[in-house]
Design a protein around this ligand. Structure first.
Ligand code: LMR
Length: 328
């Protein structure tokens, strides 16, 4: 039997974690021969609720589940962790943009970065979900100088899944036929869901959906504002679909990408190959070598229209970075 992979999950008493934890330990992410140990963190006010989550995890009798550690302290939350899923953060309320949370959540991502740096396993990989996730990832990474920069990502697979689903609905084709979907930039209302490089049934999506006006205007906006639409309808942020996207992200990062498809992840830009300024956590089309390493897919054609969209989301990320410059 393999030794367990240790997964740290913050925001453990929240709705996303309640959908996430059970799937992390079922075998669907790391494989059905890979034991999993969980470290579940919550802020002191809600840490009592974690006892109930732990009881339910035990009651699933998952054969692969080993230890469950509950904590409210950063210096225990990432000890020996191979994966850190930073879900916990104050969520936005109706009417807010995600970046409105920057000042509320920034300090906690600094503290988590420091704790990851000093206590996590040497092969730690981090996925930031708490919003605004791109810039929170940048903050945490800046406080973890010993953790290689290519281990850090922020979640945009939720946006990718949303985009694939909308193209499937519009075209009347199964979502499994929608491939090569990229989210560029920020997990925010400036992101660009790239319909020009997406494919449906192997053909360019723009050949299958000929309604360019719908693609440029309605489709892009639906994806950009989907989180807000869910928040307005539910009165709470997305939870099950966010957890599902976290599962998809970790599985995509730890499974060798086959064929000519890719997945979206927000990772550190070094300026290549699309000229995005270095030092931003920016969502790109990525492929994995199966060991958790992300390689940006090179050679995608970007029209003037797409370039304009990338500029807008780049400017927003630069502004967010400027807003937290004291924490970097
Ligand atoms: C989402 O996209 O649903 C999440 O990032 C939550 C939010 O505030 O939109």
């Amino acid at each position: 039997m393999k030794s367990p992979v240790t997964v740290a999950v913050t925001g453990g008493a929240g709705q996303v974690a309640y959908s996430l934890l059970f799937r992390l330990t079922s075998g669907e992410v790391f494989g059905d021969d890979q034991p999993v140990s969980l470290i579940i963190k919550e802020v002191p006010e809600f840490v009592g609720t974690l006892e109930g989550v732990k009881m339910e995890l035990e009651d699933c009798a998952f054969p692969l589940l080993r230890d469950i550690i509950l904590t409210d302290k950063d210096d225990e939350a990432f000890r020996g962790a191979n994966w850190a899923l930073l879900v916990g953060a104050t969520p936005r309320q109706p009417g807010m943009e995600r970046k409105d949370l920057l000042t509320v959540n920034a300090a906690s991502f600094r503290d988590q970065g420091e704790a990851i740096n000093s206590t996590a396993a040497a092969d730690i990989r981090v996925l930031v979900v708490g919003n605004p996730c791109n810039t929170n990832c940048l903050i945490a990474m800046s406080h973890a100088p010993d953790v290689p920069r290519d281990r850090w990502a922020a979640l945009t697979l939720l946006d990718q899944n949303r985009a694939m689903a909308q193209l499937a609905i519009k075209s009347g084709r199964p979502v499994s036929e929608v491939t090569n979907m990229t989210i560029w930039g920020n997990h925010s209302a400036t992101q660009y869901p790239d319909f020009e490089n997406a494919r449906i049934g192997g053909k360019p999506a723009t050949e299958v959906i000929k309604d360019r006006d719908w693609l440029e205007n309605q489709f892009v906006e639906i994806i950009q504002k989907r989180g807000a639409a869910i928040l307005a309808a539910r009165g709470k942020s997305s939870a099950a679909s966010a957890a599902n996207a976290i599962i998809d992200h970790v599985r995509s990062a730890t499974t060798k990408t086959e064929g000519d498809d890719w997945f979206s992840a927000a990772i550190l830009s070094d300026g290549n190959p699309y000229g995005i300024p270095d030092g931003l956590i920016f969502s790109f089309p990525c492929r994995s070598d199966g060991k958790g390493n992300y390689n940006i897919v090179d050679g995608l054609k970007l029209s003037d229209y797409a370039r304009g969209k990338l500029d807008i989301t780049t400017q927003e990320l630069i502004a967010e970075r400027n807003d937290v410059s004291e924490l970097l």
